[in-house]
Design a protein around this ligand. Sequence first.
Ligand SMILES: [Zn+2]
Length: 118
Amino acid sequence: MNEENKKTCNGYEAMYTFLNDEDFKEHLKVCEECAKEHARMQRVSELIQEAKPYIKEKQKRRTILKSAAAFFVVAFATLSIPLCMTGINVYDDLVAQNSLTAQEMGFPVDEYGFLYVE
Ligand SMILES: [Zn+2]
């Protein structure tokens, strides 16, 4: 940075804010510091542009995931009640089956103890 630039440059942000486009471009030509900063800003801006579709895609995926999680919670809460009742029924059936076989109930059975139908 030479003496002239030191006098005229108030820092990249000040120059960017207070100079018009033309003067700012002129300043970038003579001020190495601001030119560097400007190049860095351009790169950041480019990166943001490049990252935008990816960020959006990620947000979309996160929304789907959230919806799926919410759906699962609701579905589980709704299904768990009848599921419990079904569980009780299955348990009763098992107990009934164990306590009383077809043979014991007087039905004709084959050699495996299954109900025999001719
Ligand atoms: Zn400058």
